[in-house]
Design a protein around this ligand. Sequence first.
Ligand code: C2E
Ligand code: MG
Ligand code: MG
Ligand code: MG
Length: 289
Amino acid sequence: RAKSQGRSRLQFWEAGMQAPYSERMQIEVDLRRALARNEFVLFYQPQVDTVTGEVRGFEALLRWWHPQRGLLTPADFIPVAEECGVIVPIGDWVLRQAAEQMAEWRRAGLPPVRLSVNISARQLESADFVDSVMRAVQVYSLDGNLLELEITETLLMRDFEANAIKLGRLSVAGIRLAIDDFGTGYSSFKYLSRFPIHTLKIDQSFVQELDREENMSIVNAMIAMGRGMNLNVVAEGVETEAQRALLQQMQCHEVQGYYYSPPVSSHEATALLGRHARGFEQHDQRVAG
Ligand code: C2E
Ligand code: MG
Ligand code: MG
Ligand code: MG
């Protein structure tokens, strides 16, 4: 198969169309081979304290070093992986890789930071989910408090009772739960009191249009609610100093976004943690410099 055909196949999928069965089979084969050949890699994006500038945690974001197509982001392959079920072993790999990274930072004597991992639908629904998370924690003797699972509200609500049991079990082991893309799913707040939630992640769509007054009110309300429930509130997609300053003013605990750093390699994340664990430079100095 020519490279160009491979590329158009992905674009075909990105357009949200239904690929023929034979093509889905081929992508499934590619994904399984990618696991066996170690072509997946985690990138890490820091979550920074709005008051002190300290790095509080990282989000692990999956990438695929495709031998022909180069570095692929989740939008290129997660929907396919989800559909054919390969997301389950991939998700298990992500958990183990994240756990190994945390163990490496601990061995290097770096300050303890949270690591957040995104969980997909098929993964959460799999019977092995709780054991898969527990194994990753136990193999590396991790502090469960430092591992956070990012799950969207829509996904949580899909199988309310089963998810409450699974996440309750993980919560007993100290493992944390973050609501990803908060504000973009179902509007029911029922789940907020039923699940052992630790963090609310305000979706980047609200942050990117923070200059519109209605978004300002919504974000303000989300932060107030999160704080009122004693949750850690993180804003995603923060790209500018104006956004950061507004979010700090609104007492959002942490920000994540290109303003501080894009997702970076393990090597760069380790260096960044070494440099900035005790805080990015004061913002006014950055601007003045
Ligand atoms: P997400 O969990 O909401 O992750 C945030 C996305 O926003 C990431 O895209 C990140 O690179 C991007 N981002 C970060 N800062 C900025 C910013 O300042 N501006 C803008 N415009 N974007 C920013 P990415 O890495 O392409 O991941 C997309 C989605 O793929 C994630 O959304 C998550 O739902 C999913 N994903 C990523 N890694 C995994 C994984 O290991 N497993 C599963 N199941 N899903 C994953
Ligand atoms: Mg996420
Ligand atoms: Mg998100
Ligand atoms: Mg998202």
